[in-house]
Write a protein that binds this ligand. Structure first.
Ligand code: NAD
Length: 347
């Protein structure tokens, strides 16, 4: 494989392939950039169809963390890890200790944390053999409330920019996904006077949102076509795609889900349709901002986390304004801004 020529390789500083025969550990640790500080990003445990898929995933995710951390104003670079295999069959204390030794061997250039199929308990095991772990129980705690706050402020910034309104009173928002972040976001939107339309596969969450926030419940595939101001993807990736874009009546897309656009071209398609897309890795950075404060030498401080999360409003306003001035899609402008921050740090 012409590894260095892969599009997703994108000048990664370091990619480490780790294995441990005794425990069945097969993992890849990718450090995209340490220009702003040690690389930070979660570890995903996934049963990939083949090793190439795992490599592509970890490279894309770690580059994404470089951009996310840069735009969040953190003194952290971007990295990510994947453990390859079926988590149900492979998870063991010994395997996570082996993974922890692999992280330790990277020597502090990479900090790991939870991602898909990894619990805080798993990370506590990793922490037995390395200090290069964040997002531990009893430290910065659950990141979801910080992600919800950042997403709420991102919606406010988008509404101000697109609709010229300072407050959310009477603004209609369709929220797809009422999980840890989505439900908390709904609470904030309701308190701010927004009207909610919601969908989820979890009926209990839907009924609670109807009772607590007066939310209107719709079927899963009806959420896209609602007559709303804001469509807020808070469940799955790739929910903005060739099928769903033609259904949208919202003039703003702003939610916490990762990788909302199914393909890069959708950034331009949304712009052409006059829909303001709020770049996902900027609006959903609240969680990593909170976790990051565990990594810095200063003791963790929730007030500092909140202050940094509040800055998401200003960062997004700059993205929207620049995109309008340059007549470019917002996703491209966010990438450019992140690249400039990293380039300056490299001077
Ligand atoms: P979660 O698992 O708690 O919630 C996801 C919700 O989506 C669940 O209620 C689930 O039932 C629902 N859902 C699943 N399929 C659906 C469908 N087809 N239609 C509607 N709803 C559906 O996850 P979360 O922590 O709230 O995260 C939500 C999204 O935000 C994810 O994409 C996650 O990667 C991203 N994100 C989360 C954080 C965080 O701090 N938790 C940070 C950054 C990004």
């Amino acid at each position: 494989m012409a590894f260095f020529d892969l599009v997703d390789f994108d000048n990664h500083e370091q990619v480490v392939f780790c294995s441990d025969k005794a425990t069945g550990l097969k993992a890849i640790i990718a450090v995209h950039s340490t220009a702003l500080g040690p690389a930070a990003g979660g570890c995903r445990f996934w049963d990939y169809a083949n090793d190439e898929q795992a490599l592509t995933d970890v490279l894309r995710l770690s580059k994404g963390m470089t951009y996310k951390n840069a735009m969040a104003g953190l003194k952290l670079g971007g990295g990510k890890a994947v453990i390859i295999g079926n988590p149900k069959a492979l998870k063991s204390t010994a395997l996570f200790e082996a993974f922890g030794r692999a992280v330790n061997n990277v020597g502090g250039r990479y900090y790991t944390a939870e991602d898909v199929n990894i619990t805080t308990g798993d990370m506590a095991t990793v922490n037995q053999v390395t200090d290069y772990v964040a997002g531990l129980d009893g430290k910065s705690g659950n990141p979801a409330p910080f992600t919800a706050l950042g997403t709420f402020l991102g919606i406010k910034a988008a509404v101000k920019f697109k609709l010229g309104k300072d407050d959310l009173h009477g603004i209609k928002v369709a929220v797809q996904g009422l999980g840890s972040v989505g439900y908390d976001l709904c609470a904030k939107l309701h308190t701010a006077g927004a009207q909610l339309i919601v969908s989820d596969i979890n009926h209990e969450a839907l009924e609670n949102a109807a009772a607590e926030f007066g939310a209107t419940i719709v079927e899963l595939d009806e959420i896209y076509s609602q007559e709303v101001d804001v469509f807020s993807p808070c469940a799955l990736g790739a929910s903005i795609n060739d099928d769903t874009i033609p259904q949208l009546k919202a003039s703003i897309i702003a939610g916490c889900a990762n990788n909302q656009l199914a393909a890069e071209k959708h950034d331009q398609i949304l712009k052409d349709k006059g829909i303001l897309y709020t770049p996902d890795y900027v609006i959903n950075a609240g969680g990593i901002i909170n976790v990051s404060l565990e990594i810095y030498p200063e003791p963790y401080c929730a007030d500092e986390a909140t202050r940094l999360v509040e800055n998401i409003y200003n960062t997004l306003t700059t993205v929207f304004t620049t995109a309008a001035e340059q007549d470019k899609p917002t996703g491209i402008v966010a990438d450019q801004m992140a690249q400039e921050i990293i380039a300056k740090a490299n001077l």
